[in-house]
Design a binder for this molecule. Sequence first.
Ligand SMILES: [Zn+2]
Length: 328
Amino acid sequence: MYLDVPIDTLLNPDGTLQKIQHIGPASTRVILEVLQTGASAIVEAAVAASPQQSDILRRRGLRSHFLSRAAALAALRSRKPNVPALSDIRCDLQMHSDWSDGSQTLDDIIRTGMARGYTHSAVTDHSYGLPIAGGVSMERIARQHREIDALNAAYAGRFRLLKGIEANIRADGSVDMTPSELAQFEIVVAAPHSALRSANDQTPRMLGAVQTPGVHILGHPRGRMYGSRPGVTADWDEVFAAAARFGVAVELDGDSSRQDLDYDLARRALASGCLFAIDSDAHATDQWWMADTGLAHARMAGIPRARVINCWPLGRLLEWAQSRSRAA
Ligand SMILES: [Zn+2]
C-alpha cells in the first residue's frame, strides 16, 4: 500500500521481482502469482481452508475505493486544469497534538507546516466528550489557547495556528459541546466515532451534525476503516445537500486507512454543491503527507480549486468560518 511505484514496474525482464524492503520470499511468490494470473492460488487455497473464511471475505469487501501510494502519486501527477495541485494547498485543518492523542507539539505543527509551504493550519485535538482519545477539557483548552496566542505572536507574519477542535457527533446527531464552547474555536471539525459498524440508516444523525451552528467541517464523514468496518450508512446525497445548504465543508481525510470521503462519494458531494476540506488527520509530524492522499481523491473527483477551503487565503478562510459561527 505504501510503495511509491506500481508493483509491476518492479518486474525484471527475466520475470523475477526486484527486492522490496520488508518483503520476503513467501510474499514475493504471492506477488508474482498475482502479477502473472491476476489472482493468487496460494492465498485462495489458504482462505478456503481457513475457519475464518467468512470474516476474511467480509473484510475484503471493506477495501474498495482506497488508493495505494503509487495510485495516489499518479493522480497527483496527472494533468488536469482546474483541480488543486500540491502547491495550491495552504493549510491542513485536521491535526492532533500532544495535548490529546498526538505526539507533535504545537511548535512542531507550525514548523512542519512552514516546511510544507503552508501559511496557516489548525490544531484540532479531540473534545472532552471522547476521553478514549485523550479528549481535552475546556480548562486545558483555555491554556492551549494561551499557548497558541504566544506562538502566533512569535511567528507573526510567517505562520498562523488556528484554534480548532474535533468535536464528536453523538448517535443522536448532536455534537458533544455546548454552543458557547463551540464559539471559542476558530475551526470546528465534527466527526462520528461511534456506531460505525451499524448497517442501520443514520441519515438523521449526519443531518443533525451539519445543521449544528458553529460546525465548519464534517470530518471523516463515514468513519470507515480499511478492511475493518464500513462506517456510517446514510443517504449521502441528502447529507451533502444539507452540508451545501448550511455551508459546511465535507472532509477528504487522507489518513491511509480512512480515505474518507473517497473519490466516488466526493464526486457526489461535488454535484450537491459542497465545499471541501482536505486534511491529513496527522497525529505526528511524519504523517502530514497523508493529506496528499486526500488531494489525490479530490483530483480524481474533479473538485475545482475554488471549492477547496485549504486553497483559500487565511483571510477568506476566517471570514467564512466566522460567518458559519454567526449562523448560531
Ligand atoms: Zn476523528
